[in-house]
Ligand binder design. Structure first.
Ligand code: SF4
Length: 504
């Protein structure tokens, strides 16, 4: 049984697909909408008879947008008529494009518009791009994807002619050869997409996604943009999430690494991870207006460190070197020793006869730090630790929720950015329980090989990942076949933090 039915208008396209996806069933539709329509019933019958898992319309196309190059792949997220009306929306596009990119192809996600005749001139291309918003033009996709296939469908078009290259010119043969080569190389990705297709269960962990500190930090930047105008400077990523940062950048926020990149007298927002007193002093010396979005739970750790230091304790921080939060806490008192693992404790140059006080990075749970704390207690009998109320509720809750569902899953997807410490910890929770876990920013990060054979998928999100990214991941999984979705909520969260005074 073949898993993929690939529909190619012309024989040279069908040949490229047969070479690239030898396990696929490849059928020729004929070029143009009339031929495609005439053969449609036959192709539908083929799909049923062979029980194919998924259908891909694939071939070469014309590029509509300046800057496109022959061999560039467009995976359609929508198929359009020239007036911009939508014939079909194809939710698998980002998943499939991600697979093609991993195979080294230049793949974009966008609209494909189907016309009734070849588009030859640049003026026609421009007009079509404007009226439809599409990236590529072909003749057959609208006719073929309008049909009810009853299984996942995709459109993969490789650009052969592009703006600036006339359709019939000395370059045509070379451009076409590039297009067919890329079509052939798209075959394995299409095949993997079809192999991942099928019915699936998803268990959503609850709580997941934004914590109160992250919500407060993002709202602080939005309000600061409204109140103080743009450009509004933000030191470091306000929260560790690529989509959130991009959205705030488009609203006028300018992210900088250090304050020397902020013009004197400008307004700067300090991120949720907190900063050391030295950064505040620098802001004052440069006469910056400061809006402090430090999470109150991080601020509480800073206060505790200062209190221990004032008492004369020797200080230890358990955390990851180089993390924004760790850097800020280390700056609260001179000589704070940083340890990451139990093995670091032996090299600490501290007096065991005197009190030692420790704090932990807020995104580390008590379970993760227990061995390091035990090693500290064994070496330093006068060890003082933080009170239970200093532990971040969000980190603990997200890990507890994932641990409750992971044993029922074949695969766990954690939505979050690689820079997010608490998201990476969630992957470790899954793996400690023997379940493969992967961190994805969004659906484009999902490797189709993970999904093949995974009938139950657990989904959660780090405290800095928006719920909209979770929805995108769920839609992408659903695009592969019927989805049974359940939510397993271990507890409700009702924590909120007031906004900084400057933006209330
Ligand atoms: S994870 Fe915890 S410490 Fe970090 S911002 Fe969220 S609530 Fe604050």
């Amino acid at each position: 049984m073949s898993t993929l039915l690939a529909l190619a208008p012309m024989s040279m396209e069908a040949g490229a697909l047969r070479r690239g996806a030898p396990g696929a069933l490849v059928a020729r539709t004929g070029a143009g909408p009339s031929r495609a329509a005439a053969g449609l019933d036959g192709h539908l019958a083929t799909a049923r008879r062979h029980g194919v898992a998924a259908v891909a319309v694939a071939g070469v196309a014309g590029g509509l947008v300046a800057g496109m190059v022959p061999g560039q792949v467009v995976v359609a997220d929508r198929v359009l008529r020239p007036d911009g009306s939508v014939v079909a929306e194809l939710a698998s596009a980002a998943l499939l494009a991600g697979a093609l990119r991993r195979d080294g192809l230049r793949a974009s996600v966008g609209g494909v518009v189907s016309t009734t005749r070849l588009v030859r001139s640049d003026a026609e291309r421009r007009a079509l791009a404007e009226s439809s918003g599409a990236l590529a033009v072909d003749l057959e996709s609208a006719t073929l994807v309008e049909a009810d296939w009853g299984r996942p469908a995709a459109v993969v078009r490789v650009v052969a002619d592009v703006p600036g290259h006339r359709l019939v010119s000395p370059r045509t043969a070379l451009d076409l050869a590039r297009g067919l080569s890329a079509l052939c190389r798209s075959g394995p990705g299409m095949q993997r997409w079809a192999e991942a297709a099928g019915r699936r269960s998803v268990i959503l962990a609850g709580p997941r996604s934004y914590c109160a500190g992250v919500e407060r930090a993002i709202e602080t930047v939005r309000r600061a943009v409204e109140r103080f105008g743009t450009p509004l400077y933000v030191r470091r990523q306000i929260v560790h999430n690529a989509h959130v940062v991009a959205e705030l950048e488009s609203a006028g926020a300018v992210f900088v690494r250090e304050l020397d990149q902020v013009p004197e007298g400008a307004t700067v927002v300090l991120s949720a991870h907190g900063v050391s007193p030295a950064v505040r002093a620098e802001a004052a010396s440069r006469q910056l207006r400061v809006v402090d979005a430090t999470c109150p739970l991080v601020a509480k750790v800073h206060t505790e460190m200062r209190r221990h230091a004032a008492r004369g304790d020797q200080l230890v921080l358990i955390g990851h070197p180089g993390h924004d939060e760790t850097e800020g806490t280390l700056g609260e008192a001179p000589g704070i020793a940083l340890v990451e693992a139990p093995s670091d404790v032996a090299r600490l140059d501290l007096d065991p006869e005197r009190p030692v006080a420790y704090a932990t990075q807020t995104t580390l749970s008590p379970e993760e730090t227990s061995e390091t704390v035990a090693a500290l207690a064994a070496r330093f009998p006068l060890l003082r630790g933080p009170s239970v109320s200093d532990i971040c509720y969000a980190t603990h809750n997200r890990q507890e929720a994932l641990a409750a569902i992971a044993p029922r899953c074949d695969l766990v997807l954690v939505v979050g950015s690689a820079t997010s410490s608490n998201s990476r910890r969630l992957v470790e929770v899954a793996e400690r329980l023997g379940v493969p876990g992967h961190l994805v920013d969004d659906e484009a990060g999902i490797d189709l090989d993970w999904l093949a054979g995974a009938s139950t998928v657990g989904v959660t999100a780090g405290a800095s990942a928006p719920e909209s990214d979770v929805t995108r991941v769920l839609r992408a999984i659903e695009s592969l076949g019927p989805l049974e979705l359940t939510t397993a909520e271990v507890r409700r969260e009702s924590v909120t933090f007031p906004l900084p005074q400057e933006v209330r």
